[in-house]
Design a protein around this ligand. Structure first.
Ligand SMILES: Nc1nc2c(ncn2[C@@H]2O[C@H](COP(=O)(O)OP(=O)(O)OP(=O)(O)O)[C@@H](O)[C@H]2O)c(=O)[nH]1
Ligand SMILES: [Mg+2]
Length: 490
């Protein structure tokens, strides 16, 4: 009974919050934009580039309100929640623009509020408030835990760890697991050690060679200020098919901590942020998964499926905004498209479309608008044609980050190179398949690292607009903006 009662209670809390949000929205129209994505998907860069483009004026020909000159001003104001730190916009911009450096991995949640003063199509002045939250991508993986019991989670996590490339990575941890008896009395030092080794296994899975995405609990990888607390000290146990968790047993202790983790960490995160969204962009680093091979691609597909299943996506009805906040537009975006020549962007989109097929269909059936694009929030490369033999190949030019390696050389972070990134398969199905019918790599290489890896490029050298402000180049960021908020600026 307990989970059902707590579910009803949780829904009531979400509904009350929605009512407050709805009331505030009557006075000042607000869009809560969810920027969703696993770790390194490109959330922080996307938010920074979007704000920069709006506040400083980017080149956004497809974003109608700006292109038609109807945006009078866009500026940042203090965010609504006093308990949440502010998104470090100024520092991220300064790093991108002046140091040509990407932001660090996000370690905690942060928030920002943007006000857009615009003229409606009929000439009236209005304002639109846009609230955006940034958070560590790892935390997203926790959402599916909300509907999973400890026993089901343990079973699934162990099955996963015995499958594909995870099996070898998990070998040491499996040996340790075999020494733990779920029915025996709980022994704290043994649990702490086992949780540490389990975390090391999760971290190794995330290594870019494997790029595996299904790795909850997310705070094990990015604990924020919860590092070392009991709610973070549990592991999946090899449980017997029959039997109960006796009081005082290791099993009972693990189950209690797992539930505490959901109560203390996952539910508040979901309630305060995800349950309030109006619009959503789901950023996916498809290319990193392609880099690592079909196991990583299938893993990413599963992770996205289980995460997207947690969102309430669908059209608002007259009453629904009061009781059930809903996402009525969702955009799936393959990020870092500047790693491929534009002739491959359609293929990149097609691969992502296939990966999120079920979620996108579900959204449409529920009455929401859904679309898929390939974008680069900050375009780090430009295009050129390179002659190789008698052939002219479409290439990209950029500055590989210091320490990146290719073809036996290590780059210094200053020198530009031209690179032929190769082609994605015309049939998106191939990237999910192993074996002969599978896709063997963008550079035509094998799954060996060197042939297969993308180079990380530094942010671009910037051009300055007429008034001296630098503009960040991008690919289709304006199209994303038009889809996400264009209709609210009519
Ligand atoms: N070339 C290129 N690289 C990008 C772009 N966006 C992100 N990246 C790269 O991807 C990395 C991760 O981007 P972030 O925006 O920090 O990713 P995130 O989703 O915020 O990641 P977490 O904070 O770890 O959850 C960056 O350090 C860049 O190397 C882009 O538009 N173009
Ligand atoms: Mg980030």
């Amino acid at each position: 009974m307990a989970p059902i009662v707590s579910d009803i209670f949780e829904r009531a809390r979400i509904a009350v919050r929605a009512l407050v949000d709805f009331g505030e929205g009557l006075f000042s129209p607000t869009v809560r934009l969810g920027v969703t994505g696993l770790s390194r998907a490109g959330k922080t860069v996307f938010i920074t580039a979007l704000l920069h483009g709006l506040v400083r004026g980017g080149r956004f020909p497809v974003f109608t309100a700006l292109a038609q000159g109807r945006i009078a001003r866009a500026y940042l104001v203090p965010q609504p929640d006093d308990a949440v730190p502010r998104f470090d916009y100024e520092n991220h911009v300064q790093a991108l623009v002046n140091e040509r450096a990407w932001p660090d991995s996000t370690r905690r949640i942060s928030e920002l509020r943007l006000i857009i003063e615009y003229q409606t199509a009929s000439g009236r002045m209005r304002t639109l408030t846009v609230d955006i939250v940034d958070y560590p991508g790892e935390w997203l993986l926790d959402l599916p835990l909300l509907t999973t019991s400890y026993e089901a989670w343990a079973k699934e996590s162990l099955a996963l760890s015995r499958d594909g490339p995870r099996r070898a990575i998990a070998a040491a941890w499996h040996r340790e697991l075999a020494t733990l008896n779920p029915m025996a009395a709980a022994d704290e030092p043994a649990v702490v050690a086992a949780a540490q080794h389990y975390t090391e296994y999760l971290r190794a899975c995330r290594d870019e060679r494997y790029a595996l995405s299904l790795l909850p609990p997310g705070r094990f990888l990015m604990p924020g200020d919860l590092a070392g607390s009991p709610a973070l000290t549990f592991i999946p146990l090899d449980l017997p098919a029959e039997g109960r968790a006796a009081e005082g047993s290791l099993w009972a202790m693990m189950r209690r901590r797992y539930e505490a983790y959901k109560d203390v960490v996952v539910r508040p995160f979901f309630r305060d942020h995800f349950a309030r969204l109006d619009r959503q962009i789901v950023l996916v680093d498809v290319l990193a998964a392609l880099n690592a091979g079909p196991d990583a691609v299938r893993d990413l597909e599963r992770a996205l499926g289980s995460i997207l299943g947690c969102f309430d996506i669908g059209r608002k009805t007259l009453l629904s905004p009061l009781f059930s906040p809903r996402v009525d537009r969702v955009l799936f975006a393959a990020t870092k498209a500047d790693h491929m020549h534009h002739s491959n962007h359609d293929r990149l989109e097609a691969i992502l479309a296939r990966m999120v097929e079920r979620a996108a269909e579900g959204a449409k059936i529920a009455g929401a608008q859904a679309d898929v694009i390939a974008l680069a929030a900050v375009r780090a490369t430009r295009e050129a044609e390179v002659r190789r033999g008698g052939e002219v190949l479409p290439a990209i030019i950029g500055t590989p980050a210091a320490g990146e390696q290719a073809g036996g050389q290590t780059f210094d972070g200053e020198r530009e190179i031209a690179l032929f990134p190769g082609d994605l398969p015309a049939d998106p199905k191939r990237v999910f398949a192993s074996g002969p019918e599978g896709f063997t790599g963008i550079n035509g290489g094998s799954h060996d690292e060197a042939a297969f890896r993308f180079l990380r490029f530094r942010p671009p050298r910037l051009t300055h607009a007429m008034d001296g402000t630098p503009t960040l180049p991008h690919i289709r960021l304006d199209r994303a903006l038009e889809f996400l908020i264009g209709d609210r600026l009519q």
